[in-house]
Design a protein around this ligand. Structure first.
Ligand code: ATP
Length: 254
């Protein structure tokens, strides 16, 4: 069992009458890729919002023994907990390096521009290390449009990693990739995790999730209905009913 980096205890979120997350206990270990799956509206993005401080929640969020749940999003980010956003495209007018530099900003448009102009820019090797880790080294001076879609997605992951993140929460990072690109993306994510980083992966691409995750949590109506290894989850009747559906074996008809 790897060292636990991220732990939530009884994490709950309510939006008016909707209980979007209910009592979620989840862990992500060092070097581990953990999947969070479930139907549309199950509460996956809400969970990422709650863990990273972008929505109000009750319960505990602990990163490497430090309680983060009373801190704002920027302080959680600096503590080493980072996320990507669903449809979180890169800024097309900025270089890859500038896209990563923006992620390191504390707050405010002013500091953003002074940093981009180079006055207090993060060290270039910090940025290059993140690009190297995701498998797109040397791409810092290029613009996103010059990269393949798969490379752009990897830069999106690098943007979460930059600055020494310990755990990254990736919200549908492979959306829009075809099967081949998605397999390649998964191999890069494996490398990221192998460096000791904890990864929480939300994705509807079940091939990707089943292939690269060590463990999965399944959400339905804000509640964890199952958790465990992919091989077990795939056969779980509750999960099949709520999310996976029944795969009809080839050649078999009703
Ligand atoms: P998807 O797979 O479609 O991205 P999801 O599992 O990420 O879905 P969430 O987006 O977390 O699900 O939504 C969980 C529930 O919370 C849904 O019922 C949604 O309508 C509701 N919800 C999400 N964000 C808000 C909000 N800001 N205000 C009110 N309700 C919200």
């Amino acid at each position: 069992m790897s060292e636990t980096l991220l732990r939530t205890a009884q994490l709950s979120v309510r939006y008016g009458g909707v209980v979007a997350n209910s009592g979620i206990d989840l862990t992500v270990g060092a070097g581990e890729i953990v999947g969070l799956i479930g139907p549309n509206g199950a509460g996956k993005t809400t969970f990422v919002d709650a863990v990273t401080g972008f929505t109000a929640a009750t319960g505990e969020v602990t990163l490497e023994e430090t309680r983060l749940d009373r801190l704002g999003p920027h302080r959680r980010r600096r503590a080493g907990l980072a996320r990507t956003w669903q449809a979180g495209e890169l800024f097309g007018d900025l270089t890859v390096e500038q896209n990563l530099a923006v992620a390191l900003q504390r707050t405010g448009v002013r500091s953003l521009f002074t940093d981009i102009l180079g006055r207090s820019a993060p060290p270039r090797d910090t940025i290059e290390a993140a690009l190297e880790l995701v498998g797109v080294p040397g791409s810092g001076a290029r613009r996103p449009g010059e990269l393949t879609l798969g490379q752009q997605k990897l830069v999106g992951v690098a943007r979460a990693l930059v600055g020494g993140s310990r755990v990254v929460l990736l919200d549908e990072p492979a959306a829009g990739l075809d099967t081949h690109e998605s397999v390649e993306f998964g191999q890069h994510l494996r490398r990221v995790a192998a460096s000791g980083i904890g990864v929480l992966l939300i994705d509807h691409d079940m091939q990707l999730v089943l292939d690269i995750c060590a463990r999965l949590y399944v959400l339905d109506f804000g509640v964890v209905i199952a958790s465990g290894e992919p091989a077990v989850i795939r056969e779980d009747p509750t999960v099949i009913a709520a999310y996976l559906g029944t795969a009809q074996p080839a050649g078999e008809t009703e």
